[in-house]
Design a protein around this ligand. Structure first.
Ligand code: PEP
Ligand code: MG
Length: 589
């Protein structure tokens, strides 16, 4: 390593929460999604015209981008909602604002980014001090437009990682799902954040890409600078700045051992997840893109148990129209061939925020207008998605899944809208799968308590343990201050899960699990023993999951379940599960 950062004199160890397995070693890239770093440099008289040319170009590009978003919002949400973008375009056309920036560039001799920033700060001060509410709102418009122009001037289309020459470890206070969606996975060696929990969506994406991640590191990001050397251990949740040779050697060995184990699993021919006493479980993948589907098939996925469709929206950072969505869904459906693919309807809200949808700031976003609630409130968006999915169902074996259902009313209303969409497609003689199966995510305590009521109106259940644990235990899944309370082994969670499986069996409804515990080798015997039918996990974790199933019997797992259901404390249960794993599984650390 040649490039230097803060040059910490000695090794410093930070302890966080292990979020995505693996060891990474490299230079730090400090990622900032908040304030943009505005460069400051002088521009010679000869270069002023070039600087102004850059400004002209950024005006054009920004106008084009905003116009595009405006049209999409108008199409999907209506012209009223699109008005905010009209206001943004007005800022770009405001001659006084433009003249002020031009004159700042000419008189100050500074670069255009700095001049734009200075002028916008002046305008912001004036507007925010006004009494008039309408004019006060214009301050936000100026802020949004300036940020967009600055990003364009700086060439920061996504997260900025695409411009790295070498892959780096991304260090940040936190990472939002749209930040994560914009990352170039090949340029990111690892992710280390101050905040966040194991099941935050950015971490789930890291896991899907096999990128080691550690979260909940406290004020760690303040301690580091761009270019510092960092070793990240995603198994144990440690980050070591300026690691010594001895430390690197030790971690090199761990990495090698784990990689050899993973390779030995991958080298095995694809085999089903069948236990030695003959119980078979379908192994599906959680995916967010067509590229991940290819990885999933290579890893031995028998289907997709969860396609997080919001990824299509987050990547675009806007609402794609029905046609665009159809094209995306069709690609992934065709990539799966005859294997089943479960498309979950839009789950935005919580930590997944679309800028164009964030009209009101929610105090408790995870309990707010999220997922099916958002879709039932914004029916046009929901309808366009359902029609796009229905059309795509003509090209493979699609299943539809509703997220965050809390009551029967929501399920019935969603099904009514689905029936309307089918009727509309019938009118235009469009082709779709008339036997499309509908499933319900069981991820809220209320859904778990009344899932028998859903049974007549859906064909399968999928337990979303990431949310079920957060909502049952009242523990925000991205808040590391309460991460110690986020316990999938909590007796309340286990009892709820047992109930869902029992209802599924009684009603003849297959029950799957697509939350992160489906990939936890310690937890797999519990799911097996409770009678799980399908498991859905990030593609890189599929070989290990199948390996575990080939080592443990259904009978002993069912006995283990009875044993832990008689325990009262999470720690005691976790210990039981670890002891069971150690006794049955070899090749694990
Ligand atoms: C879950 O809640 O377990 C789940 C799979 O959904 P998400 O993580 O997308 O909320
Ligand atoms: Mg969920």
């Amino acid at each position: 390593m040649t490039e230097q950062g803060k040059n910490l004199a000695q090794e410093v160890l930070f302890q966080g929460i292990p979020a995505s397995a693996g060891v990474a070693h490299g230079r730090v890239f400090k990622f900032s999604h908040g304030e943009l770093k505005i460069p400051k440099y002088s521009v010679s008289d000869d270069a002023v015209d070039d600087e102004l040319q850059r400004f002209e170009e950024s005006l054009l590009v920004t106008r084009e981008q905003i116009g595009e978003i405006r049209n999409e919002v108008a199409e999907n949400l209506g012209s009223e909602e699109a008005r905010i973008f009209d206001a943004h375009i007005l800022v770009l056309e405001d001659q006084a604002f433009i003249d002020d920036i031009v004159s700042e560039v000419r008189t100050s001799g500074d670069n255009v980014e700095l001049c734009l920033h200075r002028v916008s700060v002046r305008y912001l001060e004036i507007f925010s001090n006004l009494e008039d509410e309408y004019l006060k709102d214009r301050a936000t418009d100026i802020q949004d437009v300036t940020r967009r122009m600055l990003r364009n001037l700086l060439g920061l289309t996504g997260s900025g990682t695409a411009f790295f020459e070498e892959a780096r470890i991304l260090v940040s206070d936190e990472l939002t799902p749209s930040d994560a969606a914009a990352l170039d996975a090949d340029k990111v060696l690892g992710i280390a954040t101050d905040f966040g929990g194991r099941t935050s969506h950015a971490v789930i994406m890291a896991r899907a890409n096999g990128i080691p991640a550690v979260v909940g590191l406290g004020s760690f990001s303040d301690e580091l600078e761009d270019g510092d050397e960092l070793l990240l251990d995603g198994y144990d949740g440690t980050a070591i700045a300026n690691p010594s040779e001895a430390t690197l050697y030790r971690f090199g060995k761990i990495k090698k051992r784990r990689e050899e184990f993973a390779e030995s699993l991958e080298a095995l021919p694809h085999r089903p997840a069948v236990t030695p006493d003959g119980k078979t479980v379908q192994v599906y993948a959680n995916v967010e893109s067509v590229e991940e589907i290819e990885k999933a098939i290579q890893a031995g996925a028998e289907g997709v148990g969860l396609f997080r469709s919001e990824a299509v929206f987050l990547k675009k950072n806007a609402f794609p129209c029905e046609k665009e969505q159809f094209e995306e869904y069709r690609k992934i459906v065709e990539a799966m061939g005859s294997r089943p693919i479960t498309i979950r309807t839009l789950d935005i809200g919580g930590d997944k925020v679309l800028p164009t949808a964030a009209k009101t700031r929610e105090e408790n976003p995870f309990m707010g207008l999220r997922a099916i609630r958002y879709c039932l409130r914004n029916e046009e968006i929901f309808r366009s998605q359902l029609k796009a999915i229905l059309r795509a169902s003509n090209f493979g074996k699609v299943r539809l899944l509703y997220p965050m259902i809390t009551g029967l009313g929501e399920l019935l209303r969603a099904n009514e809208i689905l029936a309307d969409c089918k009727a509309e497609l019938d009118k235009e003689d469009a082709q779709y799968d008339h036997d499309l199966e509908v499933g319900v995510m069981i991820e809220t305590p209320s859904a778990a308590s009344i899932c028998e009521l859903f049974a007549e109106h859906c064909s399968f259940f999928s337990i979303g343990t990431n949310d079920l644990v957060q909502y049952m235990l009242a523990v925000d899944r991205i808040n590391n201050d309460v991460a110690y309370l986020y316990e999938p082994c909590h007796p309340a969670v286990l009892r709820a899960m047992r109930r869902i499986f029992d209802v599924g069996k009684e009603k003849g409804i297959p029950v799957g699990v697509c939350g992160e515990i489906a990939a936890d080798p310690n937890f797999l015997p519990v799911l097996l023993g409770m009678g799980v039918d399908e498991l859905s996990v990030a593609p890189p974790l599929i070989p290990e999951l199948k390996y575990v199933f080939n080592q443990i019997t259904f009978k002993e797992s069912a006995t283990l379940v009875e044993e832990i259901l008689n325990c009262w404390r999470s720690q005691e249960i976790l210990q039981c599960l670890k002891d069971f794993s150690v006794a049955r599984l070899s090749g694990q650390d």
